[in-house]
Ligand binder design. Structure first.
Ligand SMILES: Nc1ncnc2c1ncn2[C@@H]1O[C@H](COP(=O)(O)OP(=O)(O)OP(=O)(O)O)[C@@H](O)[C@H]1O
Ligand SMILES: [Mg+2]
Length: 553
C-alpha cells in the first residue's frame, strides 16, 4: 500500500504491507527508514539523522497505515462497485486535498484504443536514459545503436556489445529545471477487463495479479502544482526536444514486417535495417536515376507545401518490371537515400481491412511502406470488371480456405477498397512523411484505381539491362570504365533481353584467379547463347503466324 503526505518541500511516502518502508524526500535528497524502526540510511548506505518532520507525522502515519491495512484486508470481501462508489471515492477525494503534487502520465501506447506507440514516451525515455539514469538504482539494459554518436553517457560495455541503460520498473529519479524539482517514476501498465492502470496501487485494482496482463509501460511525472505552467509549457517541450535529438543521434534504422499475430502488443516486428544498396550502386539510366533522387529530395523537404495545398504528406511509387530488374534494390536505395525506416507489408498475413488500417496507424513518420509483388499478394486485379462467376471463384480462392467450402479463419479478407483506403483514406493522413511503394511484375494486372496518379504518384519502369546500366555494373563490380569487349556487349544488349540481376551475377568473379577479361568474356558468351536460343523461338513464332490462338476454357 502507498500513501503520499506533503509538508512544504517534503514529500513523504509510506508503504505498508509486503516490503514495508518509509521514505521522505527533500528537494534533491532521499532518506529511507525501514518501518520497523532501524536507523535511516542515505543512498550510499550511510546512517543519517531523519529530519524532525518524520517524527511530526509518525502518529499520523501509523494511524493511516493501520487504516489502510484494515482497508486492504476488507476489500476482497466487499462488492467492488460499493468500494469504488463510496470508500474509493472518499479516499481519493481526501488524498487529493492533502497532495499539492500533480501527476502527468506519459504512456508507451496512446491514442484511441491504444493503437499508436507514443512518440513522447520514446522521447522521454531517451531523455531520462541520458540525463537521470546515473542516479537510478534499478535499470533496464537495451542494446545501444551501432555506429551511434554515443552522446549518451549511460551506455556501458565495449565493442559491438554496448548497452543503453534506461529506468527500471518502479524506479524514481529527480530532475531539476529552472529551479523546479520534478520526479519521474517508471511504471509498468497493466490491463484488466479493458481498463489500464499505470502503476496502480494494490487497493486500486492493480493487486490481482492473476487477472492483470502487461500492456506497455509509462512514465509518471510528478511536480508541485505551482510549477504547472513551467512544466507544461517549458519543461515537457524541453524533454521532447532533447529526447528527439538524442534519438536522432543514436538512431538505428529498422526494417519492419507485420507479424500476422493480432493479439501482440505491436503488429510489427523489426530487425535493424542494414541493406547496402544505394543509388550509387543501382544500375539504371543515369537521367532516370537523377529524376527519382530529385523527386525524393523534393518530397522530403515539402512538409509546408503539402500542408498548404491540403494534401497528406505522403507519396506513392509504383515500381514495375520483370523479375531481377532491381525493384526491391530500388526500395532499399530509396530508404537509404531518405534515411527512412522500411515497413514491408505482407498482405497475405493481414486478416482484414481493419487490421490493415491498424498496421498503417502503427507506422511511424519517415518511413517507406512497401507492398512487394502486389499482383501476387491478393486477388485485387480488375475486380470491378469481373463477372459474377469470376468473383465467386476469386472469393473461393481468396476468402474461403479450400475447395471443401470450409472457411479458413486465417485467410486474408483484405479487399481492394480496404487497400485503397490504406493508401489514401482519412487514416492515411496521420503522421505524415511516408513513402508508399508497390512493386509488381505485371502492371497490366492491377486495378486502374489502385495505381492512378494521386495514389501511386510516380510510375517507374525497371527495365532490362541497357548499355548504360551495364557500364555502371562493370565499373561497380570489376572497376573498369572501358574494355575491348564493351562494343560486343553493347551490340548484344540491343538484341537480347537480360536483367541487371543476371548481368551482375555474370560479372562477379567466381574464383580468385578470374580476372576482368574472363568475366567479360563469360558475359559475352552468355549473351550470345541467349541470342541463339531466342532465334529458334522467333522462327517458331513466324511459322505459326496467322494461326488463331484458342485458349482453354
Ligand atoms: N538495377 C540494378 N542495379 C544493381 N543491381 C541490381 C539491379 N537489378 C538487380 N540487381 C541485383 O540483382 C539482385 C536482384 O534484384 P531485385 O531483388 O532488386 O530484383 P526485383 O526486381 O525486386 O526482382 P523480383 O521481381 O523477382 O522481386 C539484387 O540483389 C541486385 O544485386
Ligand atoms: Mg523484388
Amino acid at each position: 500500500m502507498l500513501i503520499r503526505l506533503v509538508s512544504g518541500n517534503h514529500r513523504l511516502l509510506v508503504y505498508a504491507g509486503r516490503g514495508s518502508r518509509i521514505e521522505t524526500a527533500g528537494k534533491n535528497r532521499w532518506l529511507s527508514e525501514p518501518a520497523h524502526g532501524a536507523t535511516a540510511k542515505t543512498d550510499h548506505g550511510l546512517p543519517v539523522a531523519v529530519p524532525g518532520v518524520v517524527e511530526q507525522f509518525t502518529d499520523l502515519w501509523s494511524s493511516l497505515a493501520g487504516l489502510l491495512f484494515i482497508w486492504s484486508m476488507l476489500r476482497p470481501y466487499l462488492p467492488l462497485r460499493f468500494l469504488d462508489r463510496f470508500a474509493g471515492g472518499f479516499l481519493r477525494r481526501h488524498a487529493r486535498r492533502l497532495d499539492p503534487y500533480l501527476t502527468v502520465t506519459v504512456a508507451e501506447f496512446d491514442g484511441a484504443e491504444r493503437l499508436k506507440r507514443g512518440e513522447v514516451y520514446d522521447q522521454a525515455k531517451a531523455y531520462l536514459a541520458h540525463r537521470c539514469s546515473r542516479r537510478a538504482r534499478s535499470l533496464r539494459a537495451e542494446r545501444a545503436p551501432r555506429g551511434g554518436s554515443n552522446s549518451n553517457n549511460n551506455s556501458a560495455g565495449g565493442g559491438g556489445d554496448r548497452f543503453v541503460l534506461t529506468l527500471g520498473d518502479n524506479e524514481e529519479v529527480t530532475d531539476e529545471f529552472r529551479g523546479a524539482t520534478v520526479w519521474w517514476h517508471a511504471v509498468a501498465a497493466s490491463r484488466r477487463a479493458g481498463s489500464y492502470y499505470y502503476g496502480a496501487p494494490p487497493w486500486y485494482g492493480g493487486g490481482d495479479a492473476g487477472a492483470v496482463e502487461e500492456a506497455g509501460r509509462a512514465y509518471r511525472l510528478v511536480f508541485h502544482q505551482r510549477h504547472r505552467d513551467l512544466v507544461v509549457e517549458s519543461y515537457l517541450p524541453h524533454v521532447c526536444r532533447e529526447g528527439r535529438a538524442l534519438m536522432a543521434a543514436n538512431r538505428r534504422r529498422k526494417l519492419y514486417t507485420n507479424t500476422g499475430e493480432r493479439y501482440r502488443k505491436s503488429l510489427w516486428s523489426h530487425v535493424v535495417l542494414d541493406h547496402p544498396s544505394t543509388f550509387a550502386t543501382l544500375a539504371m539510366d543515369p537521367a532516370k536515376k537523377q529524376e527519382i533522387m530529385d523527386d525524393l529530395d523534393a518530397f522530403k523537404s515539402s512538409r509546408e507545401y503539402y500542408r498548404r495545398i491540403g494534401k497528406a504528406w505522403k507519396r506513392g511509387y509504383l515500381l514495375y518490371g520483370p523479375p531481377g530488374t532491381g525493384k526491391s534494390t530500388m526500395v532499399a536505395a530509396m530508404a537509404n537515400h531518405l534515411d527512412y525506416d522500411i515497413y514491408d507489408v505482407e498482405l497475405t498475413s493481414v486478416h482484414s481491412n481493419t487490421d490493415l488500417r491498424k498496421l498503417f496507424i502503427e507506422t511511424r513518420a519517415k518511413s517507406v511502406i512497401v507492398v512487394e509483388d502486389i499482383d501476387c499478394s491478393l486477388d485485387l486485379t480488375g475486380q470491378r470488371a469481373k463477372t459474377k462467376k469470376a468473383e465467386a471463384e476469386a472469393a473461393n480462392n481468396n476468402k474461403v480456405g479450400g475447395k471443401d467450402g470450409k472457411e479458413d479463419p486465417n485467410a486474408s479478407k483484405v479487399t481492394l477498397s480496404g487497400l485503397l483506403n490504406f493508401i489514401d483514406g482519412l487514416w492515411s493522413a496521420c503522421g505524415g512523411e511516408r513513402i508508399i511503394v508497390f512493386t509488381t511484375n505485371h502492371v497490366d494486372r492491377l486495378d486502374p484505381a489502385l495505381i492512378r496518379r494521386g495514389r501511386m504518384d510516380k510510375h517507374i519502369e525497371m527495365s532490362y539491362c541497357c548499355f548504360q546500366a551495364f557500364k555502371f555494373l562493370a565499373k561497380n563490380y570489376l572497376d573498369v570504365d572501358a574494355h575491348p569487349l564493351f562494343d560486343a556487349v553493347s551490340t548484344l544488349l540491343r538484341e537480347v533481353d537480360i536483367t541487371p540481376a543476371d548481368v551482375a551475377e555474370l560479372l562477379m568473379p567466381k574464383r580468385a584467379d578470374e580476372d576482368v577479361d574472363a568475366c567479360l568474356a563469360g558475359l559475352v558468351e552468355a549473351l550470345e547463347k541467349a541470342k541463339a536460343e531466342k532465334k529458334p523461338a522467333k522462327n517458331n513464332a513466324a511459322d505459326h503466324e496467322g494461326e488463331e490462338i484458342v485458349e482453354d476454357e
